[in-house]
Structure formats: C-alpha cells, structure tokens
Design a protein around this ligand. Structure first.
Ligand SMILES: *[C@@H]1O[C@H](CO)[C@@H](O)[C@H](O)[C@H]1NC(C)=O
Ligand SMILES: *[C@@H]1O[C@H](CO)[C@@H](O)[C@H](O)[C@H]1NC(C)=O
Ligand SMILES: *[C@@H]1O[C@H](CO)[C@@H](O)[C@H](O)[C@H]1NC(C)=O
Ligand SMILES: *[C@@H]1O[C@H](CO)[C@@H](O)[C@H](O)[C@H]1NC(C)=O
Length: 588
C-alpha cells in the first residue's frame, strides 16, 4: 500500500527533507514502490490500416521500438464521442447509451446525464491516489456554452478543446481548469497542445503522487471551421491542416491502391452498396486528403518526441507507461467510401495501440485480440487497482501488477447507431442524393479472430447481413451472406462446416454480445453454454449443438433508429444449453 504524505511526514522531518523524497522514504520503510505513472496519447480518427504509423518515425523510435505494438486492437464503436466514452468508462456503448456525438443520444451532456462525470477513469484514479491531467479533445458537444455546467470531474489539471472550435486547426479554443475559454486564433492547435501537455508533465513530475496524463490532439481529424457547426447548411469537414513546416511532405504519396480501393463493382450492403464510383478528380482530392492527414500527424509525432524526451530527462521513464492510440479508425476510398469512419470495416474499427513501460517487451508485436473496452481494466491491472465488476473488458496481455493471468477473448463487439458522415469537399458526391451524411447507419457486428478463423459478421437495421471470411477475403469484398438463399445453399461451406451452421453460431454470440454486461461481455459463450464446455467459436461448431443453435432467436431489427431504442432491436434473449438436452433456459 502506498503511504500518504501525512503518514511519512514525521520521517521527512527527521530526515533531511531537501534531499530525500517520498520514494526514498518508502524504500527506507520497505514499502512497495510508487504506483506507475501513465502518459496516454489519443489521436483523433487515426487509421491503422492505411499505414499512418509508418509515417511517424519518432513514434516508431520511442514507442514501437521500445514497446509492444498490438496488431489486433479494435474500437467497439467507430465514432469519436461514443468510442471515447466507452474507453474512459470501460463499457460498451450499449451500456453507456452514449451512442452519438450530440444530444439526445450522445455528446458531453449525455455523458453527464448518465452519471459518468462521477464515474469514469480519472475519478477512479484520483480515488486510488493518482494525480490526473488532461489536455485536448475530451468529448463532442463539450462547448464554450456548457463547459461549466457542470465542469468535468476527476482532473487535477485540465485544458480542454471546446466546440464549436475543437476541429478548427488554426482557430482553436481551449479551456483550462475552471477558467474562461481562451481562443488561439492564428496558432496551430497541435503546437498549442504541445505546450500545454509539456506544462502538465512538468506539474505531474514535480508531484509526490503517481500521475496519469492524457494528451488528446485533434490531428488527423478533418478540419471544421467555426461557425459551420451551428449553421443550417450541413457542416463540410475538409482535409486536416498540417503545421506549415510539414505541408510539403510526402508529395508523391497516395492512398494505397488495394483491391477494395474505389472498386469497379459496388461492395458492402445497405447504403454502402449504393455509393458511386469516384471519378479521377475525386480520387486526386482523396490522395491529397490522405497526404494532409500524414502531414498533420507529423506535429503529433514531434509531440510524442517532446513528451518522451522530457520524461526520460526526469529519470521517471522506468516507472511510466506510455500508451498511444486513437478513438477510431478511418477509411478513404475503400469500398468507394469518401473519407470518414462510422463503418464496421477493418479500416474503421482497427486503430494503432502501442504501449511502452516497465516490463513491456520492447520491439514486439502482440497478436491477441484487444479492444478499447479492455484499456481501463488494463490500466487498473498495471496500477494494482482491483478490477470493478461493471467493466465490460479484461486486461490485455501486459505485466500485471498482481501477477494475475487474465481471460483472453477472440471476439470484438462492434455497434453503431445513427448517421454516417461523408467527409471532405467531395464526400457528398459519392452519395446519389448528394448529402454529406447518410441516415440509417445502424448495425451491430461481431469480429472474431481465432486460431483457424478470421471473420466479420454483421446485422443492419434494415436486416441486411454481412459475413466476410478475412482469411480468404482480407479486403471484405465477398459477402458470404448476400441473401437468405446464399445461406441456405447446402453446398456453401465455411471452415469445413456448412455456411448456415457457422452463421447460426455467429448470430447467437452476437445476440448475447449486443446486450452483454460485465462478465458476459468478457465470456459470452458461458451464457450459451453455462456448463463451460464451449469457450470459443471452434467449440461451438460441434455437431451436437446444431439443433440447439438452429432454434435460437435471430438478431434482427424492427426498424432503424438513431439511438439505442431497445424495442426496435428485435429479440433480446438467448436459450442456454443444457448438457442433457432436457431444458433450454431463457437468459435475459
Ligand atoms: C489531485 O486531486 C486529488 C483529488 O481532489 C487530491 O486528493 C490531490 O491532492 C490532488 N493533487 C495535487 C498535487 O494537488
Ligand atoms: C476564431 O474564433 C473566435 C472565437 O473563439 C471567433 O470570435 C473568431 O471569429 C474566429 N475567427 C475566425 C477567422 O473564424
Ligand atoms: C430509414 O429507416 C426508417 C425506419 O426503418 C425508414 O422508414 C426510412 O425509410 C429509412 N430511410 C432511408 C433513407 O433509408
Ligand atoms: C438511450 O437513450 C435514449 C435517449 O435518451 C433513450 O430514448 C433510450 O431509451 C435509451 N436506451 C436505453 C436502453 O436506456
């Protein structure tokens, strides 16, 4: 247990207080060392799949080469605010019900209404003895009008970007502690946040308690100019603006021309299938957009360098974890999509996750499936804080403070409600209706990666289905569930089983996951098989379970809603398997 300053003050007086700090005092007393510090860098809309990290040499040098890169890390909702609320509360969006960027379904006001301002990571960390700091974007709809009603809880120091200026690279507004908002008109937002982050790091390093600092720059999110957000005209999200010294970098770089880049045949289902093929001018603009993102990330790369340099100079690097990630991924041109997120494709749900720190292997890549919901449990575990039962995730493979080995999982629960946004000046052109947003982008899916399989299964609010076998179809161009007939085709096989048998298992696990809570999110097969005989998809494929899975209710929707309206979301209950086949019990 960590000693409080009060408890050691007597000793401090007795010793030479100027030359002996609390750490040394703890060592003298033979107590455990100070809990580890954390520096958490979260970028905005940074992809993994479009290779953005390859263009960040300093981040590679300090973090990737000094730490572990999690190759199979996913977000659970591919949109800023819901993803961030899930990240900082450790809950799936269906358990936060913060599912959108603005009220009534999301944004900072919804976060407050749901009671999370008293119940999220920084508050928990302060209670566990941490000093906490945050600078940059916290949530959407956290504005120059509502920042004080109430103030964000849980931080010893904060300096938040506020709407409607959050995404204005050259006219941002930041709001420090309980002070009035300050405009940084004419300065680049990444330069401003770098100063603020280094200042907080100084404060944190000078303190006696362990610290947790979050730095949340907006790069490489689209630029959105002030004024546009409240206007009647739809907001146009234009390419990000790099620091001046980076604006000519990578002149020849283009969006990778993979098979699914602007394909000749439409792909996906629902509105994605209706997208128009992009013309040459649009493709050229999207290449520029891609370069602007890489250029904008150079400022973040330098920010990482400054943080690590200061940390190393302080002598506390050995007791500090640095975590680098993003709030959601990004696509540009794949499946004919203009720039944006909000989809369940690989580009949108995979994000970089790099962790360096005490005991974390350097220069390694980790294959385990991990999600943003796992990060709060992971931070607790590293800090030696007991896990809360209401967390929907489980610690990722890292050196546990208590030496505990935690449950691994092969599934990711992906969920989305509401609109898709078509970003960039030419985004609306992709849509036959020429609007820069699309309604009815409501779906849920399960991404599952096991030893012998690599699948994505989704059900949309119009009851369209998708199933991709990423082992043979890494670009998700061949939907195996293109129609009910395709599924019933008895010749259709997947993983050596009939396609319909695989689908019944995927559908049932999705039925569990779409309303899971706590442990049922971590070990969902236990709900279907309480006897514990089935721990993964492979186990569930056993033919003795064919009949059991055939009679389960199916995931479906009655209609499309913009938020989590349970009544619109079809069956909620699964049957549980009894080894003797005598009774199948309903589970809610
Ligand atoms: C940080 O805030 C916590 C909770 O209010 C408080 O106990 C702690 O003393 C603060 N740390 C500093 C350095 O002021
Ligand atoms: C920059 O933001 C301030 C508010 O913070 C606003 O008054 C001003 O008009 C903005 N400038 C531009 C060029 O949009
Ligand atoms: C969206 O879904 C609603 C409810 O399911 C439906 O009435 C409406 O026609 C759909 N709109 C579009 C543009 O698909
Ligand atoms: C989620 O929030 C919306 C908007 O407040 C509300 O209508 C809905 O009932 C909530 N869903 C759940 C499951 O509580």
């Amino acid at each position: 247990m960590k000693l409080t300053l009060g408890a050691i003050s007597g000793l401090l007086v007795a010793a030479n207080a100027a030359s002996i700090g609390p750490n040394a005092v703890q060592q003298v007393l033979g107590t455990s060392p100070k809990q580890p510090n954390f520096i958490f860098v979260i970028t905005d809309d940074q992809d993994l799949k479009l290779d953005s990290v390859d263009y960040m040499p300093l981040t590679q040098k300090h973090l990737k080469q000094q730490g572990t890169f999690f190759r199979n890390h996913f977000v659970t909702t591919a949109l800023c605010c819901p993803s961030r609320v899930s990240l900082w509360t450790g809950r799936q969006a269906h358990n936060t019900n913060v599912t959108d960027v603005s009220p009534p379904y999301g944004g900072y006001p919804k976060f407050v209404d749901r009671g999370f301002n008293e119940n999220f990571l920084p508050v928990w960390l302060q209670n566990a003895g941490y000093d906490t700091y945050y600078t940059g974007k916290l949530f959407n709809a956290h504005t120059v009008d509502n920042y004080h009603s109430p103030y964000v809880n849980g931080f010893n120091g904060s300096d938040f970007l506020l709407d409607p200026y959050t995404y204005s690279y050259l006219n941002s507004t930041y709001q420090r502690n309980q002070d009035a908002p300050v405009s940084y008109e004419g300065r680049h937002t990444v330069e401003v946040i770098t100063e603020k982050a280094l200042g907080f790091l100084d404060d944190a390093l000078a303190g006696d308690r362990p610290f947790f600092i979050t730095v949340a720059p907006v790069a490489p999110h689209s630029n959105v100019n002030p004024g546009a957000i409240d206007a009647e005209v739809p907001t146009v999200m234009t390419e990000p603006i790099p620091l001046d010294r980076h604006k000519d970098l990578f002149p020849d770089v283009k969006v990778p021309r993979t098979e699914h880049f602007n394909p000749d045949e439409p792909s996906g289902v629902n509105w994605v299938r209706g997208l128009l093929k992009q013309d040459e001018a649009t493709v050229a603009y999207h290449d520029l957009f891609y370069r602007r993102r890489l250029q904008a990330l150079q400022g973040v790369d330098e920010l990482v360098d400054s943080l690590v340099t200061k940390l190393e100079a302080s002598g506390q690097a050995d007791n500090t974890y640095i975590i680098y990630t993003s709030d959601n991924g990004y696509h540009i041109g794949q499946h004919r999509l203009p720039p944006g997120k909000t989809c369940g494709f690989e580009e949108d749900i995979r994000v970089p996750l790099i962790i360096r720190g005490p005991g974390v292997p350097a220069g390694e890549e980790e294959e385990a499936v991990t999600t943003h919901i796992d990060l709060v449990p992971s931070i607790f575990d590293l800090a030696g804080i007991p896990l809360r039962e209401d967390l929907d995730g489980t610690p990722i493979p890292l050196p546990s403070a208590a030496g505990t080995v935690h449950t691994r999982h092969e599934h990711v629960t992906v969920e989305y409600w509401g609109m898709a946004y078509l970003e960039g000046e030419r985004g609306a052109l992709a849509n036959p209706n020429h609007t820069p947003f699309i309604l009815n982008n409501t779906y849920k899916s399960v991404r599952i990666i096991g030893e012998n399989y690599n699948l994505y299964y989704s059900v949309w609010c119009n009851n369209a289905h998708e199933l991709y076998d990423l082992t043979t179809d890494p670009y998700q161009l061949n939907n195996l569930y293109s129609s009910p007939d395709a599924v019933q085709d008895t010749n259709a096989e997947l993983l050596g089983y009939s396609l319909s048998e695989v689908i019944t298992r995927l559908d049932s696990i999705l039925l569990v996951l779409k309303s899971c809570k706590g442990s049922t999110c971590i070990k969902p097969w236990d709900v279907l098989h309480p006897d514990g005989d089935v721990q993964n998809l492979q186990d569930a494929l056993g033919s003795q379970y064919d009949e059991f899975y055939a009679i389960q209710a199916r995931v479906s929707y009655d209609r499309c809603e913009r938020g989590y309206i349970v009544e619109s979301e079809g069956p909620q209950e699964v049957l549980s398997y009894s080894r003797y086949g005598l009774s199948w019990d309903a589970w809610v």
